[in-house]
Design a protein around this ligand. Sequence first.
Ligand SMILES: Nc1ncnc2c1ncn2[C@@H]1O[C@H](COP(=O)(O)OP(=O)(O)O)[C@@H](O)[C@H]1O
Ligand SMILES: [Mg+2]
Length: 261
Amino acid sequence: MAVAKEHIEPKKKASAQKDEVVIHAQGVKKAFGDKKVLKNITFDLKRGENMVVLGKSGQGKSVTIQCVVGLLKPDEGTLDVFGENVAEMNDDELKQLRIKIGFLFQSGALYDSMTVRENLEFPLTRVLKLTDQSEIGKKVEEVLDGVGLLDAIDKLPSDLSGGMRKRVGLARTLIVNPEIMLYDEPTTGLDPITSREISELILNMQKKYKTSSIIITHDMECARITADRIVVMNEGEYIAEGTFKELQKSDNEIVRSFFNE
Ligand SMILES: Nc1ncnc2c1ncn2[C@@H]1O[C@H](COP(=O)(O)OP(=O)(O)O)[C@@H](O)[C@H]1O
Ligand SMILES: [Mg+2]
């Protein structure tokens, strides 16, 4: 079986896709009334890349990713996902787009009355419309195993710790194999050890599922562990870009403030 799969997905194709841009933002601006939140956002997210957006509270980080999934429309500039302008998509196209984009909200938002298994079955039956119970069961077990929670399959969210709930939330997002993952402050509210586990999980999931991710955070340990590249956002603009090591040497005061915390 493994050999046959190699033939279907030749290595050449994988390397050709490596520099493919999955999100292209060009001069994006967004204001609410008089308040200019996004002033000029330009970036490319490449396939398979983890891009961390570092910024203090209220800088426009969440607004940026809401524009990516079409929940908000930029006033100016363009945001292309998989080569298509999100602002010009109709409801049906947006729905199709959102199947390809996993969105991990701060809260994780599990259904409290459903077991872990039922929480994970939900996107398979409702979003992917799968009906084959053995296929559904297999996918649920595989993704739970991936986040190290196979033992919790029959538990209710209320029986789990905050870190475990976050893992299940991540599993539920990953189970539909999104090509892009958007993490909005994935470690906020977690203790340092759990934060580290979640950050390592984000890295492992990137490797395992080859997803491209935007990770919004102000947790420097999370940035260090997960980032291929970091952009620093301040007052609606990106003021610096580089690897963790490069930014560590920055003499920009705002950039330095993150490393000196
Ligand atoms: N739907 C909205 N309507 C009005 N103001 C908003 C809306 N969404 C965000 N804002 C404002 O935009 C600014 C940036 O918000 P946000 O992107 O959530 O910041 P953060 O960088 O903390 O994620 C904040 O001042 C927030 O109050
Ligand atoms: Mg936010």
